[in-house]
Design a binder for this molecule. Structure first.
Ligand SMILES: [Zn+2]
Length: 256
């Protein structure tokens, strides 16, 4: 059994599932996926997302504002703490820094990131961190805001082993998405080979980034086993082993 540690179920197009959300979930379960974390991208869409998954005990949720939305949606600690205190919420995010898509909004992204870390520390819930083209600032802010207190995960990790090590030192987990299966991702597979057994997660980031052999198609959590297969190959172990370890890691990190 597998756990998808990061997906956006409210963005998966239901037209392939007869416009029926419960059919989507059935299909995911048929692929041996026992649990998933539905991650918020902004607070504006959060209430609808929460309502969509409310009746499913095997779907966890997070609350937060993606760095790409940080400029148009200014968040504060009090709001995040209030929303995050719901027992359904297992993590704060996704937050972080994305200088690839938002270099003109670095200041707003950094301010938002700090608010999220402070809220996570107050709630004592882990962070879901998105980082792209912002290695130094991400680690600096994590250190300055004492992110090692709440811990969390570097989701959809695509950075260097050097950065992975710095995140690991801060107590963070490293999560691998379908990108690790891409042909040109040799350096990332090297990172995936080295992360300790008790610190990696697997995810789809659905509906984005479908893994090989479905690359380019709309992704869904039922394809997270392909990420596990890739990690098994890279780490020279069995898929069952990857499933077991990533499940244990998920349950430890998110207290589920
Ligand atoms: Zn995401």
């Amino acid at each position: 059994m597998f756990i998808d540690s990061h997906c956006h179920l409210d963005r998966v197009k239901l037209k392939h599932f007869a416009d029926d959300f419960s059919l989507l979930i059935d299909n995911i379960r048929e692929n041996n996926v026992e649990r998933m974390l539905c991650v918020a991208i902004n607070l504006a869409d959060y209430p609808a997302m929460l309502k969509l998954v409310e009746d499913y005990a095997d779907i966890d949720v997070s609350v937060g504002t993606h760095p790409s939305d940080a400029a148009k949606e200014v968040v504060d600690v009090a709001t995040l703490v209030e929303l995050g205190s719901n027992p359904r919420v297992v993590a704060i995010g996704e937050t972080g820094l994305d200088y690839y898509y938002g270099p003109e909004h670095k200041i707003e992204q950094q301010a938002s990131f700090r608010e999220h870390i402070r809220a996570a520390n107050q709630l004592n819930k882990p962070l879901i961190i998105h980082t792209r083209d912002a290695r130094e600032d991400t680690i600096t802010i994590m250190r300055e805001e004492n992110a090692s207190q709440c811990g969390g995960v570097m989701h959809c990790f695509t950075e260097s082993w050097d950065m992975a090590q710095q995140a690991l030192e801060l107590g963070f987990y490293i999560s691998f998405s379908g990108i690790v299966t891409f042909k040109n991702a040799e350096e990332l597979r090297e990172v995936a080979r080295q992360v300790p057994d008790d610190r990696f997660l697997i995810e789809t980031d659905s509906p984005y980034l479908a893994p090989v052999p479905h690359r380019g198609k709309p992704n869904f959590p039922g394809w997270v086993p392909h990420v596990a297969e890739c990690l098994a190959e890279v780490r020279e172990t069995s898929v069952e082993d990857i499933a077991r370890l990533s499940t244990e890691n998920y349950k430890r990190l998110f207290q589920r």
